[in-house]
Design a protein around this ligand. Structure first.
Ligand code: SF4
Length: 77
């Protein structure tokens, strides 16, 4: 979880440009806290921490409709 305590928090395993295209460079070995984190509305429930993280990077919060429109998939954070 290095990188999350800095002034501009960002996991050092996150590669790419936030808001454009990103991926986890340790996806198969990521911690349980990452495995358990669900993006807002992916499984029909809100996630305030997801909303907070997206807003912090200037992204709009996810809505239930986002997951029903494949062409409208959210930008990953
Ligand atoms: S899934 Fe976890 S380890 Fe991977 S980029 Fe996101 S916060 Fe970092």
């Amino acid at each position: 979880m290095q990188g999350t305590n800095g002034s501009s928090p960002r996991c050092i395993a996150l590669m790419g440009i936030i808001g454009k295209q990103v991926y986890c460079s340790i996806y198969e070995k990521r911690a349980s806290v990452c495995r358990d984190f669900q993006p807002a509305w992916l499984k029909g429930e809100p996630n305030e921490r997801c909303d907070k993280a997206r807003l912090q990077w200037g992204l709009s919060v996810l809505t239930p409709e986002v997951w029903n429109q494949p062409d409208n998939f959210p930008k990953a954070a």
